[in-house]
Write a protein that binds this ligand. Structure first.
Ligand SMILES: [Zn+2]
Length: 287
C-alpha cells in the first residue's frame, strides 16, 4: 500500500506476496460472463491482468502506529508448513518488510485479525523449539469471540490445522482478547461487525483527530465487488449475508471522507467509496 496518515496515526504495510492470482469467474461464481466482461472493463489495469485474465491480489499486514500503541492488522500466511502448496509463499519478503519498519517483534502492542482465515492469522505464531508460540510476545491479539468459537468447532482437517497452528497457541499463552464484534478498544480503535465472508468477520475502525479509516479485511477481495456488491467470493461462508454487508457498508460510507483499506487490494490499496449511477466505485488513492 501507499503509506498514509489518519490524524496522528500512520499506516503502512508489509507485503507477503502480490500480483496476478485468481481468475474472476472462479473468484465470483455468481457472475455471468457478460457482466464479468462489462465490470472488468471498468477496473484499473493494476488490479486486473487482462492478458492472463487474473485478478491482482495482494497479501499484506497493516502496521498502525498511533501515539499510544503499535498494532498490526491481519498477519498473512506466515511460515507454517501445514498449508496448501500454493500458499507456501517465500517468507523473506514479510520478514524483511517487518524489519524495514524498524520494528522488533517485542514492539507490537496489539494484533487484530479481521477474521481467522489462513491468510489473516499466519504470522500470529512461529515455531520455536518445536512449539508454536506467539510471534509478538508483548501483544494482545484481538479476536472476535464469535469467529473464534466457529473455527474452534471446525472438523475439516485443513481449517482445523489453521486454528491449531495460529489461533489456539495465542489463547493458551493468555494473549488473546476474545471480544464482542462491536468491541471498543480505545478512542482510536474499535471493531465493526461485517459478517458474511466468515461468521464473525469484523472491520477495524480507526479514528484520529476527526479523520477515519476502516480496515475491511475480506469484506471484499477486489474493487470489482464495489461495482457489483452482489458478487460474493468463492471463499464466502454466507454469500447472501456477505453481499448484504457490502451494500450496507457502501451506502454508509459512499461519498464520505472515510478511507477504506481492504487487505487484498493492490497498488495504493486504500481509497474511497463513491456512488456511480445505481451502484458504487472504488477510488484508489493516487500513487
Ligand atoms: Zn483473505
Amino acid at each position: 500500500m501507499k503509506p498514509v496518515k489518519i490524524g496522528d496515526v500512520s499506516i503502512s504495510s508489509i507485503i507477503e506476496r502480490e500480483g496476478p492470482w485468481r481468475a474472476p469467474n472462479i473468484m465470483f461464481p455468481s457472475a455471468t460472463p457478460e457482466k464479468l466482461a462489462e465490470v472488468m472493463a471498468q477496473v484499473p489495469d493494476f488490479a486486473y491482468d487482462r492478458v492472463k485474465d487474473l485478478l491482482c491480489i495482494t497479501y499484506q499486514t497493516f502496521v498502525v502506529r498511533t501515539p499510544r500503541c503499535t498494532a498490526l492488522i491481519d498477519t498473512c500466511v506466515g511460515e507454517h508448513q501445514r498449508r496448501p502448496p500454493a500458499l507456501l509463499f517465500d517468507k523473506k519478503p514479510w520478514l524483511d518488510g517487518f524489519a524495514q519498519h524498524g520494528l522488533k517483534f517485542e514492539d507490537i502492542d496489539y494484533v487484530f485479525c479481521t477474521h481467522l482465515h489462513v491468510d489473516h492469522v499466519g504470522w500470529n505464531t512461529r515455531l520455536r523449539d518445536g512449539r508454536l508460540v506467539p510471534t509478538f510476545p508483548n501483544a494482545k491479539y484481538v479476536f472476535s469471540r464469535k469467529e473464534y468459537e466457529h473455527w474452534k468447532q471446525e472438523t475439516d482437517p485443513g481449517f482445523a490445522a489453521i486454528h491449531e497452528d495460529c489461533v489456539e497457541p495465542i489463547v493458551n499463552a493468555g494473549q488473546a482478547l476474545l471480544v464482542d464484534d462491536a468491541y471498543v478498544l480505545s478512542d482510536e480503535l474499535a471493531l465493526v461487525p461485517t459478517p458474511g465472508h466468515s461468521p464473525g468477520h469484523v472491520c477495524i475502525d480507526l479514528k484520529s483527530r476527526g479523520e477515519r479509516a476502516l480496515f475491511t479485511g475480506d469484506m471484499m477481495h477486489h474493487c470489482a465487488q464495489v461495482i457489483q456488491p452482489d458478487w460474493s467470493s468463492c471463499f464466502c461462508f454466507d454469500v447472501k449475508e456477505s453481499a448484504a454487508t457490502r451494500w450496507k457498508f457502501f451506502r454508509e460510507h459512499a461519498n464520505t471522507d472515510t478511507l477504506v483499506i481492504p487487505t487484498h487490494f493492490p497498488g495504493t490499496t486504500a481509497g474511497r467509496i463513491a456512488t456511480m449511477r445505481d451502484t458504487f466505485e472504488f477510488r484508489f488513492l493516487a500513487e
